[in-house]
Design a protein around this ligand. Structure first.
Ligand code: FMN
Length: 205
């Protein structure tokens, strides 16, 4: 169902300047797309990547455990990542050669591949909360990338290879893979998948 941010904002709050800020944020959130339509040869400055990671750190975090871990793969590093994942998958029993070959090259599709992990907590509950907070950080990062004009694509890792990737990134043991994010400058737009209306229950006094 379509949703017009500008209309709903005005009906919620008529106080002027804050409406404009909310409308701008709604438009930003709605314009973020999962897209790999990027210029694979146009560099993304590492300072910009650092800045996006810093925005992720502003996500909520229970017990201030700061679980987010980042590793930015560029240049030949993207192919080292792909080979390491393909080798780990093969070692885990995957024998689909076409799939393994795809992993060896697929991270070259964007100039930056940002791998995001979440450090373990000292209990299963805290490990789960760390991951929730880390996912909130990823969304901060994606929205900041959108604001900077970058296209982004949140992809899942390849679970049997998580330990190998974590070691490659020099992360502590038990760090879980939250996202493998392709980042690059867009060369085309992609259509927005429709969203259903939010399912909300309002409970009064
Ligand atoms: C945890 C997570 C993992 C995802 N992994 C993949 C993936 O492996 N491949 C993929 O095509 N999209 C992946 N996506 C992106 C979704 O497919 C995408 O968000 C959805 O199609 C809606 O499109 P939009 O983000 O442009 O609104 C993932 C999203 C999340 C939150």
């Amino acid at each position: 169902m379509g949703h017009d941010p500008a209309v709903s904002v005005l009906s919620v709050n008529g106080d002027g300047p804050r409406d404009a800020a909310l409308a701008a944020f709604e438009a930003l959130a709605a314009s973020r797309r999962t897209s790999l339509r990027v210029d694979r040869d146009r560099e993304v400055p590492s300072e910009l990547i650092d800045r996006l990671c810093a925005v992720a750190q502003w996500a909520p975090n229970h017990h201030k455990t700061w679980p987010l871990r980042f590793a930015a793969f560029t240049g030949e590093g993207r192919y080292r990542l792909g080979r390491a994942i393909a080798d780990a998958l093969a070692a885990s029993g995957v024998d689909d050669t076409a799939k393994l070959e795809k992993f060896r090259v697929k991270y070259g599709r964007s100039p930056v591949v940002l791998v995001v992990g979440s450090a373990p907590g000292d209990s299963p509950k805290r490990t789960a909360e760390n991951r929730d907070g880390a996912a909130a950080g990823v969304q901060n990062l994606l929205l900041a990338a959108t604001a900077a004009g970058l296209a982004s694509f949140w992809s899942s890792g390849a679970e049997p290879a998580d330990a190998v990737v974590s070691e490659m990134c020099h992360w502590e043991q038990g760090t879980t893979m939250v996202a493998v994010i392709y980042l690059g400058w867009p060369v085309a737009e992609v259509p927005a998948p429709e969203r259903p209306a939010p399912r909300i229950v309002h409970v009064g006094a």
